[in-house]
Design a protein around this ligand. Sequence first.
Ligand code: GCW
Length: 718
Amino acid sequence: MLRKLLAILSAFLCFGLANQGHAEDGYDLWLRYRPLESSTVERYASRITNVVGPTDRPTIGAAVEELQRGVKGLFGHDLVRRETVMHDGAVLVTRADSPLLKNLDLPFARLGDEGYLIRTAMVQGKRTTIIAGNGDIGALYGVFRFLRLLQAGQPIDRLDIVDAPKLQVRVLNHWDNLDRHVERGYAGQSLWDWQKLPRFKDPRYTDYARANASIGINGTVLTNVNANADILRPDYLQKVKALAELFRPYGIKVYLTARFSAPIELGGLGTADPLDPAVRAWWKAKIDEIYAVIPDFGGLLVKANSEGQPGPADYHRTHAEGANMLADALAPHHGILMWRAFVYAAENAEDRHKQAYTEFQPLDGKFRDNVLVQVKNGAIDFQPREPFHPLFGAMPRTPLMMEFQITKEYLGFATHLAYLGTMWEEVLEADTFRPARGSTVAKVIETPVDAGAVTGMAGVANIGSDRNWSGSQFDQANWYAFGRFAWDPDAKAEAIARDWARMTWGKDPAVTDTIVRMMMGSREAVVDYMTPLGLTHQMATGHHYGPGPWVSDLKRPEWNPVYYAQARPDGIGFDRTSRGSDALAQYAPQVARNWGSLATVPDELLLWFHHLPWDHRMKSGRTLWDALVIRYDAGVDHVRRMQADWVGLRGKVDETRWAEVRDFLEIQLDEAIWWRDASIAWFQSISKRPLPEGHKPPAHDLDYYKAITTPYAPGQGK
Ligand code: GCW
């Protein structure tokens, strides 16, 4: 009895202390390690009493430390580190070549370089949990997986888990400038404090690496694709080196963006022509210099001839010629070159949807082996919904990597709760029909184009200096989900949301069920109140904050929202069938047929591909105009439901984070209504139709919405 009382008291004390030490402000992300309830502690604590692992390996050291941190937080006890397995309850964190694993017949052959296994077994006669990979990094990933099980309170007495990433390059793209402004960043300033580096190494850098390793991210591009050549200066390379050293034990390589004109800006040359011998020599020397400073440097990422960035076309060279020059200089060091396919040209009158395909598809097979062409998920630009990019499946001899945008440039910045997992799942699951049915986008990016060819996924980071890292508690879920999809593009958004919710908010099913429900409908809600039925790019100019469907005065046609909606008295939508721009012809015939026919195109993509009369009959029997209005309202209603759900969680999660989310949901509701009202006011001025019954008119007239300006909205490009 006394023992029980003491146990309860100590659990209580430990809970109190843990909570004191860690204010719940979101800093801990999904690695919170808050105390488990006593029944779970009683059941499992004896299974984890000590940890065994080689002491001379930094990555194993990081794994052991993380396990100690996690066990301390979750179970309340110190996990003793031992030299060898002497007691039951050992966790053995090691590599395939450990003598302790001899004769155990473990499936290391299936793990590749970065996979892991977690297996309950007898080692030296003691009950042990083995966590091991072929390399040290596998052991670290395995520890994070083990901690995920513990956080969820799942049984750990008979474990047999094998897992390995399906993609090799799993990178964040930071659009961070050297002055710490983050392009499209809504979470404060850049994490990278270049001014204080390399001397001051903010402890946050290590927490950043832990968080990334916990979800399998193995690379980070530190700088903006709208690049500044100065990052390649020797003094900056020393700063980059400091970060690379901190990240190395966590399996994270650093990459930089290369400004194509750097030979002119830094090297004093008269040209950056990729076929010019002096230019080639300059890049070779620069890349050799980088590797002399950072021997495991990952490689370079380039945005060329897009939105004003310099590139090979300035010298009448192709993207392949530009990319190959850099790839040749990287190859001796085993570096890779990521070359973006996000291009559209100022003078080009072709439907913007078609331009990247038109330019890149003919270059299939012309890139060096260490080039990955990085393709955004859709052909326009990270919109709330886009059909998959037609390049996926259309360049069978070129490694293509996926580029997702984690930061929510077009989905309400940090304050709108929008879980992007469902969007990414939708894209990855889409069938390209190239070469045949079943070739999903996921399969296209997972399947190496030939033996040894590289595969990958990039995510434009939503991370900044805010305490909560991502600008909102729920935006952390998008960082988390990105890592999980990069590890396994066939993963399911709902399962990921559930894991995240348990780890981040607590494992009470009443809490997680509600949070998962909110998350799963959230992206569709944004689609509905911003750009329903396949509309796109209706955001205000420049900063993309709030509605601007009427904008028509920008220099280039495809910068104007009116270009995308094509709303006229005769109807609305962009005709991309053979009668229109014929962008559909860039897809496999089955896809083109499906989306090209009004009988089979899903409502969600209707106006993306078709221009239709306002009175067009939808499958539901309603007119297109009525259906549009109903969607705007459905989006707003979902936000109200999320608010009601959240109110129900008061007291079940910590008050500070709870209150922040409540306030953000209020902002979201205001802005969802703003979007709905402004859009309806604008389109009604063209459709000249009454609102369907039961749907309220906008609160103000169109001029009111047009007059709203927000010149200081965060995250703008500059
Ligand atoms: O989405 C657009 C953004 C730009 C960005 C560009 C790109 C980095 O509005 O800010 O520039 O895409 O992806 O290159």
